[in-house]
Design a protein. Sequence first.
Length: 342
Amino acid sequence: MHVLGIETSCDETGVALYADGQGLLAQQLYSQIELHAQFGGVVPELASRDHVRKLLPLIRELMTQANLSLTAIDAIAYTRGPGLIGALLVGTSMAEALAWALNIPAIGIHHMEGHLLAPLLEDDPPAFPFVALLVSGGHTMLVDVTGVGAYRLLGETLDDAAGEAFDKTAKLLGLAYPGGPSLAALAELGDPLRFRFPRPMTNRPGLEFSFSGLKTHTRTLWEQQATADDTDQIKADIAAGFQLAVIDTLAIKCRRAMQQTGYRQLIVAGGVGANLSLRRHLQAVGAKSGFQVNYPRPEFCTDNGAMIAFAGCLRLTAGQYDHGYQHGVLDARPRWPLDQLG
Ligand code: KG4
Ligand code: ZN
């Protein structure tokens, strides 16, 4: 079975072709970073318009890369939500129209399910059950995963997502967009222990997160230090201290989730999962506490079409999709809780 995957939930246009039994055949990704950089963040209307421009040419390139014609596609998986409504509608309408024309099923995938299953795209994939730490620009959650489609939310953020905290803190420090990778790069040059940062919500039980206080703490600290002589070094030290506080907080909650479930396998996915310092830190915590940690390759942590094609293929082969659906019904869901997934 050949599944075309389409991802357009935010600022990346991603397409991929995944074949059951063969793996990933081809993929194409176009990032809108340059388009949004001048505004310091994603401008939703510009994002939608750019998806409209890029999606069809990318699908054509994908089919050329795979050396297949459109008639070789057996099903289309697309990101139904959550995300920016205009951006989602571009992928949704393209997927539904193409599926209608080819008379094949179209299946709407939850973006976070795509992230959650992405580590299984790698060689030597982790086995169920596992705990998933999903850390992206819009979400931070711990999920108990017992199989495809069997997701139980253990805890999530009460305010900002981890990626959002990275992005906002980077903006505050005057770093280039996108903030997460810029802040991570600067943190490599800093001393994480020079300034003290809180580890929010770690001194009470539970698996909830909160990152907005950490962001405020950083702002106050930066304002206090902004007139000092060595501002470049201070900025790097603040970046390093902030990053370690986020990583430490995530690690504490992961260890707690592993204890609570009794599982021996953790997976980490979503854009912040590309952070090398986070990967090193969790690897060490896992080794010490007796659990294995798996990640997708860094380019499959951030948004891509491969994870959507793959999630679609798993759902289709497991018979987990709406057989009674009607072609041509557009059902994009900008807000879509993961635990409402059937
Ligand atoms: O999963 P993703 O590509 O899109 C969403 O679904 O949101 O995640 C994007 C988020 C952004 O907040 C970005 O700053 C963050 O992931 N990010 C990183 C790194 N690479 C991307 N954060 C920290 N370190 C990184 N290396
Ligand atoms: Zn994402």
